[in-house]
Design a protein around this ligand. Structure first.
Ligand SMILES: [Zn+2]
Length: 162
């Protein structure tokens, strides 16, 4: 466990912000999860390729997410993680006006989006560089990964010009 805490400390983000008086302060660090099992495999695949990866059934080729031990179509236990386009559209979203993670205070309000990927599965990520009023259901987006240490990748959602 001590090793995990070291990883979190190394990977947490530190941000400096200027206050209204012109003084600078160091904002709180964003929490970086420490995934295990299949979720760890997912994040490691994303980190290794720099791309969104999905679990894919070796037997029938079906993509699935979040990662599961068995294929929901053919029940095979054989799988691999494969890079995918990251292209999709906004299926659903939630606008967060409150957070318990002090590292996100400066980002409020921020939007968490459920993206319907072209490959089929849906994936959750944070909308980047767009306010809550800038996005509508069905808008085209691109999901990208951003490494946060050795075992976790943030998933960002960017609007794509029509
Ligand atoms: Zn299958």
């Amino acid at each position: 466990m001590a090793e995990n805490k070291t990883t979190e400390t190394k990977t947490a983000e530190t941000k400096t912000a200027e206050t209204k008086t012109g003084a600078t302060k160091t904002a709180a660090k964003k929490y970086v999860p420490n995934p295990e099992g299949l979720n760890l495999e997912f994040h490691q695949a994303c980190l290794a390729t720099g791309l969104v990866n999905l679990q894919q059934c070796v037997e029938c080729g079906l993509h699935r997410h979040p990662p599961r031990w068995y294929c929901p179509s053919c029940h095979s236990a054989q799988y691999r993680f494969t890079p995918v386009s990251g292209r999709g559209h906004i299926y659903s979203m939630a606008i967060n006006h409150f957070t318990v993670d002090a590292g996100w205070f400066d980002d409020l309000p921020y939007t968490v989006a459920v993206v319907q990927l072209e490959e089929g599965p849906r994936i959750v990520g944070s909308l980047r560089d767009a306010g809550p009023g800038d996005v509508r259901l069905g808008d085209a987006v691109q999901v990208t990964v951003e490494p946060r240490g050795d075992v976790f990748a943030y998933l960002w959602v960017d609007l794509v010009a029509p």
